[in-house]
Design a protein. Structure first.
Length: 247
């Protein structure tokens, strides 16, 4: 169902494309999604065996032109980096380090608990989806679990199909930080034990395909995120999607 391919325009030393064999951007099911992400994870683990200093695995997915995708067909980018995660994903790991240093508590556990108390979470067995109070862009959902397993990918599928089938929002951006492949406190200023880090995915929608106006302005580029979506309404849609598609 899925294949790997070299990327002609790599932006990391260790990077690969994961593609569905089907070309249609939207016609994929849960089995295909699980196969695509599982293949990406397997490729990353194989690369780690060859480059053990590269410990931070990431998978990204941009779907359709508003997201910045260069091709219409579904394709993931699998990335492996040394020292730390790339970009904003690393900011979360460093925030977790600072939070534990200052408060003696796990950042990710408390992040889930706060949203739990507000009714902004949906659970599917060992995984949880969160309509975050601090979204980067519209309809951000964070999906977390101790590991990327079947429960996790089923819940992620329910989130993505809710965007596509229930909200008619076909374009999205997704970044998944898998747990590091090894501990190495000697080389990491922001060392956090692997067991304290979940796998987490941040995913946002990128507007309607018919929109002629960009959803990114000077606010997002230079100041702060301008978000026009309601997390309480969003979590109800995600909950219904989970009940309908994976329960």
């Amino acid at each position: 169902m899925s294949i790997t391919a070299a990327n002609a325009f790599r932006y990391e030393e260790v990077q690969q494309l994961i593609l569905l064999k089907t070309h249609h951007a939207l016609n994929w099911d849960m089995v295909q999604l699980i196969d695509m992400f599982t293949l990406g994870q397997r490729w990353l683990k194989d690369q780690y065996k060859n480059k053990p200093s590269y410990r931070y695995p990431v998978i990204t997915w941009d779907l359709l032109p508003p997201s910045g995708a260069s091709q219409y067909h579904p394709h993931l980018q699998a990335i492996l980096t040394p020292h730390h995660y790339p970009g904003n994903l690393e900011n979360w790991r460093r925030a977790a380090f600072d939070y534990h240093r200052d408060h003696g508590r796990n950042f990710f556990t408390d992040f889930i608990s706060v949203h739990d108390m507000l009714g902004l979470t949906v659970r599917h067995r060992s995984a949880v989806a969160i309509a975050t109070l601090t979204p980067k862009k519209e309809n951000e959902v964070v999906v977390m679990a101790k590991e990327m397993n079947k429960d996790y990918l089923q819940l992620l599928y329910a989130v993505l199909r809710s965007y596509i089938d229930d909200m008619q929002l076909y374009s999205f951006c997704l970044s998944m930080a898998l747990t590091p492949f090894a501990d190495d406190p000697s080389t990491d200023r922001y060392y956090t034990p692997v067991k304290a880090l979940p796998v987490f995915t941040r995913v946002v929608t990128r507007g309607k395909l018919s929109d002629t106006r960009s959803d990114i302005s000077s606010l997002e580029l230079f100041t702060f995120s301008n978000v026009n979506s309601d997390p309480f309404s969003l979590i109800q849609k995600i909950q219904q999607s989970v009940l309908t598609r994976v329960s």
